[in-house]
Write a protein that binds this ligand. Structure first.
Ligand code: ADE
Length: 253
């Protein structure tokens, strides 16, 4: 069994995971990023902070695949809700991803990646299934022990749920009611929006490497999004990502 590559855009999303690797993790610096190789709960991993946006995510995914020979790539992070069915504190596990800001029309259909003949990139079903299970177990059993009830209540998190479906990505933080309504109208099956996942899914498709993306909802991508996002990032994000990933890695060991 090969290594699993684990990516996130921001430090708070993987800080607990880096701690779990302990002092034996070895650091390799490539392209101004640090790749930490080691084990978590007996599973070989490479953990890296990709930074924000599609270019950063794609470059990091290529390095994980080419330099570290990872067997699977998993991206963990936050997202803004697009669907009315998705609430702050819920987890979305992608079944497929699309770049909502890619438009080479009229030469190619809107959203299609030119010369690849597709706009949506599927995730690996068994990895995504395993992550959904771990997310469900985390939300029902562990989250209430990790995060103080007052903090969860402050974000309106009561009975968080796991969703599976389409995640959309673009090089833009969506923080305006008009913009999120436009996305909802144009892409009615989109569950949430973030800034990296579809780029990772495209790279993994091109290299034939299974990938999975899961996101915790930090905001509603509306006018209050930047405040909700920053608050959620500093007070809650680390618990979700590490809690779900540690369960996932234990199950994979
Ligand atoms: N990541 C978390 N919230 C987001 C938003 N509203 N837009 C883009 N990326 C996000």
């Amino acid at each position: 069994m090969g290594r699993i590559g684990i990516m996130a855009a921001l430090h708070d999303e993987i800080s607990s995971l880096l701690e779990a690797m302990g002092p034996d993790a070895s650091r390799t610096r490539i392209g101004r990023r640090d790749y930490y190789t080691g084990a978590i709960h007996g599973r070989e991993v490479v953990v890296v902070l990709a930074r924000v946006g599609k270019v950063a995510a794609a470059a990091t995914a290529v390095t994980l695949i080419r330099e570290f020979d990872v067997r699977t790539v998993v991206f963990a992070g936050l997202a803004g809700a697009v669907s009315d069915q998705v609430a702050v504190g819920d987890v979305v596990v992608a079944t497929s991803l699309l770049q909502h800001d890619l438009d080479a029309s009229p030469l190619f259909p809107c959203y299609e990646v030119p010369l690849l003949d597709r706009s949506r990139f599927d995730t690996d079903p068994s990895t995504s299934q395993a992550l959904s299970r771990c997310a469900q177990e985390y939300l029902t059993g562990i989250l209430p022990r990790h995060v103080p009830a007052g903090t969860l209540a402050a974000f309106g998190v009561a009975l968080p749920r796991v969703h599976r479906g389409v995640i959309i990505s673009g090089d833009r933080f969506v923080g305006c009611g008009l913009a999120v309504r436009k996305l909802r109208d144009e892409l009615p099956d989109a569950l949430c929006v973030e800034m990296e996942g579809a780029a990772v899914a495209q790279v993994c498709y091109e290299y034939d490497v299974p990938c999975a993306v899961f996101r915790t909802i930090s905001d509603r991508a509306d006018d209050g999004a930047s405040i909700s996002f920053s608050d959620f990032l500093s007070r809650v994000a680390r618990y979700y990502s590490a809690g779900i990933l540690e369960r996932f890695l234990t199950a994979q060991a």
